[in-house]
Design a protein around this ligand. Structure first.
Ligand code: ADP
Length: 379
């Protein structure tokens, strides 16, 4: 099946056409691209998708798209699975906009534009939050007054679910463990980063919360902080606004705030050159990851594997070492030779006497979305 995978942001559209029957990743990816400047040079999402359809004419050689899969950030507690798009689904995604004000409105534009550009082609929504729907209530609730939850939907949702789900499946297969009996900790470390506790193949807990700001120290996001920091700054600085605080915590914190740069390669290079700020930033970041790994090991009653994925998790052997060097108490040991080998497939990077294997598993959200789309459309 030829599946068009679309990720619509407010000013950009990322897309990939995949042939789900292709034997290899190269054979599956028929075309991909990015259209930017929506709202400035390109008037709207419909115009962007028309441009995309033009760009696709040549690589498609007259073949038609069989189905469209959309990456949707927030499914709230409405969507716990991918769904076929119809008008009521679009409406519900729109209604969830207060939970993801930057993303869901753009997705709705993208869904409407795709319907206009590809009339009659079945479309599927795949939600970043869906995989985390299995978290039990004592994990997803915050200890705040009940009406925060009932009136505003204040609870932990979790994100990067498509990636955590995909990587969990690959790792279980690779290790020859039945997924339904697989306990693991999955660290998705990119510019945005989250870590998930997997129990019996499902999500038990995850580090992102009500929004993707919670949890790990990220490229530009603070991760967990004491919420009183916010009220205190607001009370002490009369020029501070809630909007400004939101920008600071999401875009000016994390590695960027401590090391002066949000790119892991640059920060690692700086640390190796003796930069003290870079060292502190990497210590803070790796310490936080290690602390979650410890906690999630307890949560799942002992993980059978530790899995690294995404830009940093797949590529930065230095950062993996910084994290795993803190895991001695768990008997988890990295093999420095294996750790340095680059690869585009799942592999083990721990020593033979490590208590559990450490894996690097490349994530592939587009592939996962295409597969989920085919599964629903074929049914
Ligand atoms: P996102 O999808 O959240 O924007 P990515 O998964 O693309 O992020 O990860 C981006 C991060 O991965 C950056 O910090 C970047 O420095 C890091 N990264 C990418 N390639 C490498 C590499 N070869 N070595 C080390 N870090 C890398």
């Amino acid at each position: 099946m030829l599946v068009l995978v679309i990720n619509c942001g407010s000013s950009s559209v990322k897309y990939q056409v995949r042939d789900t029957e292709g034997a290899t990743e190269d054979a599956q990816v028929i075309a991909k691209g990015l259209i930017e400047n929506i709202g400035t040079k390109i008037p709207n999402h419909t115009a962007a998708l028309e441009l995309m359809a033009k760009d696709l004419e040549e690589p498609l050689h007259g073949k038609t798209i069989d189905a469209i899969g959309h990456r949707i950030v927030h499914g709230g507690d409405v969507f716990s699975q991918p769904v076929i798009i119809d008008e009521s689904v679009i409406e519900k995604i729109d209604e969830l906009s207060p939970l993801a004000p930057l993303h869901n409105p753009a997705h709705v534009q993208g869904l409407k534009a795709a319907t206009a550009t590809y009339p009659g082609v079945p479309q599927v929504a795949v939600f970043d939050t869906a995989f985390h729907a299995t978290m039990p209530e004592h994990v997803f609730r915050y200890a705040v007054p009940e009406n925060f939850y009932t009136d505003y939907g204040v609870r932990r949702y979790g994100f990067h679910g498509t990636s955590h789900d995909y990587v969990t499946g690959i790792a279980a297969d690779f290790l020859g463990i039945e997924r339904s009996e697989f306990n693991a900790v999955v660290a998705h470390l990119g510019n945005g980063a989250s870590i998930t506790a997997i129990e019996d193949g499902k999500c038990l807990d995850t580090s992102m919360g009500y929004t993707p700001l919670a949890g790990l120290v990220m490229g530009t996001r603070s991760g967990d902080i004491d919420p009183s920091v916010l009220t205190s700054v607001l009370m002490q600085d009369s020029t501070m606004t809630t909007e400004r605080l939101d920008t600071i915590l999401n875009k000016e914190s994390g590695l960027l705030a401590i090391a002066g740069n949000n790119d892991m390669r640059t920060v690692v290079d700086a640390m190796e050159a003796g930069d003290e700020r870079a060292k502190l930033a990497l210590d803070m970041t790796s310490y936080r990851v290690a602390k979650y790994i410890g906690g999630y090991n307890v949560a799942v009653g002992g993980a059978q594997a530790l899995i690294f994925t995404a830009g940093i998790g797949e590529n930065s052997h230095q950062f993996r070492t910084l994290v795993t060097d803190r895991l001695g108490a768990l008997g988890i040991k990295i093999d420095e030779e294996a750790n340095k080998v680059r690869g585009d497939h799942a592999r083990i990077i721990s020593t033979e006497d490590s208590a559990i294997p450490i894996l690097v598993v490349p994530t592939n959200e587009e592939k996962a979305i295409a597969e989920a789309t085919v599964e629903l459309v074929a049914a």
